[in-house]
Design a protein around this ligand. Structure first.
Ligand code: Z5A
Length: 218
């Protein structure tokens, strides 16, 4: 029940296009959770610090070239190497807020002009990762996203890519009927986006016991 002291933390993922405000919203959500005196942890993928993350960072910045398949599997490995820590923190009752996850992993690779990288092939290496209790998809048109700061510096920050990515996100979520996905209108002000997210967080929290074991991505 809700009074169970060994209750695990919530596992929340924020997804969306570039410049949809994911990092901004993760920070605001973490602050609000902390304001309730609850323990939280923020994780951003790719984690550019680990050995796989350093290869990914160099690739994204255009400093290194690798095959599409190699990069895809490295992005996935970058999540797999975080699994033990995620499970340990959830078990300790900490809520985890994740900035991009397997959904970005599948759709950014599948959006490439490479016939080998079907959405299905791209999803496969992430099957078995812990499944989030809630995915907040920050939905924004690629035109509105492009109007925001700092756009266009990294490898995938091109508008035709972003249009494909948005379509693929929707296709992927439609294929995962047991996943709880909430679409958030991310074209609004930061405060209005944060309000929608806080509403979704409270619904999750009030729904009570995530005491069962975490599901895995199918
Ligand atoms: N990638 C991949 O291929 N495979 C994978 O498995 C994973 C990722 C995990 C880097 O990711 C690239 O890696 C990314 C996907 C690919 N490809 N691209 N391009 P990243 O997460 O490291 O990307 P990022 O560049 O750090 O984040 P971002 O997506 O660009 O930004 P964001 O987190 O969504 O937005 P933000 O930093 O919060 O805000 C962006 C700007 O907008 C900033 O100036 C804010 O002040 C402003 N902002 C935010 N909210 C608002 C509102 N509501 N109104 C107005 N302005 C706003």
């Amino acid at each position: 029940s809700n009074e169970n002291p060994s209750k695990r933390g919530h596992f929340i993922v924020i997804e969306g296009l570039d410049r949809s405000g994911k990092t901004t919203q993760c920070q605001m959500l973490c602050e609000d959770i902390g304001g309730l005196d609850k323990e939280f942890k923020y994780i951003k993928f790719p984690d550019r610090i680990t050995p796989t993350g350093q290869v990914i960072n160099a690739y994204l910045q255009g400093e290194a070239e690798h095959s599409d398949e190699t990069m895809h599997l490295l992005f996935s490995a970058n999540r797999w190497e975080a699994v033990q820590g995620i499970l340990r923190d959830l078990k300790a009752g900490h809520t985890i807020v994740v900035d991009r996850y397997a959904f970005s992993g599948a759709v950014y690779s599948a959006a490439k002009e490479n016939p080998h990288l079907s959405l299905e092939w791209c999803w496969n290496p992430d099957i078995g990762l812990p499944q989030p209790d809630l995915v907040l998809f920050l939905d924004i048109s690629s035109e509105d996203a492009a109007k925001r700061g700092g756009y266009g510096e990294e490898r995938y920050e091109k508008q035709d890519m972003q249009v494909k990515v948005r379509t693929l996100f929707k296709r992927l979520f439609a294929r995962l009927p047991n996943l709880s996905v909430k679409v958030i209108d991310a074209g609004l002000s930061m405060e209005d986006v944060a309000d929608q997210i806080w509403q979704a967080y409270k619904e999750l929290d009030e729904a009570g016991s995530p005491s069962e074991e975490l599901q895995v991505l199918p």
